[in-house]
Write a protein that binds this ligand. Structure first.
Ligand code: FMN
Length: 174
């Protein structure tokens, strides 16, 4: 099984949580890390390269911090330009059918902030609906997302445990 890890963090040198996750996944058999901000700091995405990577993958993992209740801007740009008509959707756009989409996000705020009576009053999984709909529109299978809440307050051990849990999840998919 081939796993494409789309790592999306604009400041990886300052990252604690996403960095810890990446450390846990680096040597996962069959996995390839695609660091989008390292590749495309100016947002000029190599569409053919990205589409070729997608075609090789069985599972695509999107790993990123939660930014303004969504993703860092480069992932939105990637979705806009890579998931083209006649590639990802439309009568001739069958390239992604049956592939699995797994989203893993880290949030600064704790889980209580995303509870019905919390400051946001809505769960992160609900806020990820646009990604779920995008996956479905492309004929991909949306997997239950993984969320690491409370990254600001978390210690190294908690982050490492989350990374291992995500790794086990990916191994189970294989
Ligand atoms: C521009 C920006 C927007 C953010 N928006 C949110 C948000 O909407 N909800 C939230 O819980 N945390 C938010 N955060 C906090 C990040 O999610 C948090 O710093 C990140 O998950 C920690 O991961 P890292 O150590 O890999 O950077 C935001 C941070 C930044 C810089």
């Amino acid at each position: 099984m081939t796993i494409l890890i789309q790592f999306i963090h604009p400041y990886p040198e300052r990252s604690r949580a996403n960095h810890a996750v990446l450390d846990a996944l680096r040597d996962l058999p069959g996995a390839r890390v695609n660091d989008l901000y390292a590749l495309y700091p100016n947002f000029y995405i190599d569409i053919q390269r990205e589409q070729a990577l997608l075609m090789e993958a069985d599972v695509v993992l999107f790993q990123h911090p939660f930014y303004w209740y969504s993703c860092p801007a480069l992932l939105k740009e990637w979705i806009d330009v890579v998931l083209e008509q006649d590639f990802a959707y439309g009568a001739k756009g069958l390239a992604l059918r049956g592939k699995r989409w797994l989203h893993s996000v880290t949030t600064g705020m704790p889980a209580t902030a995303y509870a019905p009576d919390g400051i946001n009053g809505i769960a992160v999984a609900e806020l990820l609906k646009p990604f779920e709909l995008t996956a479905c529109f492309c004929g991909m299978t949306w997997l239950e997302p993984m969320i690491f809440h409370g990254a600001y307050a978390a210690d190294e051990a908690q982050m490492a445990r989350y990374g291992q849990a995500l790794r086990r999840r990916l191994e189970t998919l294989a």
